[in-house]
Design a protein around this ligand. Structure first.
Ligand code: ADP
Ligand code: MG
Length: 208
């Protein structure tokens, strides 16, 4: 996977976040403050613009640019968290011009570690970690099994989507939704839903 693959991924994220903006906002309206769709749309629109303004030379540079842009442009909890995730991925890939599936898996693991270091959420807290952690495990498992890249990425995307759906019955223990206590149960976590979209976009980029 080269820089073009990662740019395609980020553009695909911008496009799906725009399409799903109202859906993400509705999820956040139920258990938060109804800004998650707007936050991410603003952030990834800025990412798309930054990629066009200063085209990166390597996968790592593309991801670090995306992460820094998200930190700068997205308020709320999700900006620093997603910003850190993309920055950690990029830093892990360094300045290699090509990335193997195993390296992508290591980088996604670093993204999860960055999110957990910053936000201190564990699985079951009803956050983006509930989608990201299963995706990381699925990708690592697929690499171990010697799966083809497209199948491995599809498995990660499916695991993220399942993880997001599985947040519905949970009670939030981190972030704004935790203020609702037991009333946060019965709704999908917006950040887990957006993480599933981001991993879904990776699958789309892979099939391009
Ligand atoms: P805010 O909550 O500040 O309005 P957003 O609405 O953009 O920010 O994002 C909310 C999402 O951020 C939540 O649905 C959750 O997935 C994620 N989130 C919040 N706090 C944490 C945390 N400590 N660790 C991981 N994810 C978190
Ligand atoms: Mg919000």
């Amino acid at each position: 996977m080269d820089v073009q693959f990662f740019v395609t991924w980020l553009e695909e994220v911008a496009s799906v976040v725009q399409t799903q903006r109202d859906h993400l906002t509705q999820l956040d309206a139920a258990i938060g403050d109804a800004d998650h769709g707007a936050n991410l749309d603003r952030g990834f629109t800025a990412v798309r613009q930054a990629l066009a303004d200063t085209p990166p030379d390597t996968p790592g540079a593309a991801l670090v640019l995306a992460g820094s842009t998200l930190i700068r442009r997205v308020g709320g909890a999700s900006g620093p968290l997603y910003g850190t995730a993309f920055r950690q991925m990029g830093k892990t890939l360094g300045d290699a011009p090509e990335v193997s599936l195993a390296e992508l898996s290591t980088a996604l693991d670093a993204a999860l570690a960055g999110v957990q270091k910053l936000g201190a959420a564990v699985e079951g807290d009803k956050t983006m970690v509930d989608a990201l952690a299963p995706a990381v495990r699925a990708l690592a498992g697929a690499v171990q099994d010697g799966a083809k890249p497209a199948d491995a990425i599809a498995a990660a995307a499916e695991a993220a989507a399942e993880g997001a759906r599985a947040t519905i019955p949970l009670q939030a223990r981190k972030g704004r939704a935790s203020y609702l206590g037991s009333r946060s149960a019965g709704h999908e976590d917006p950040g887990a839903a957006s993480t599933a979209l981001i991993l879904g976009a990776l699958r789309t980029a892979g099939s391009r």
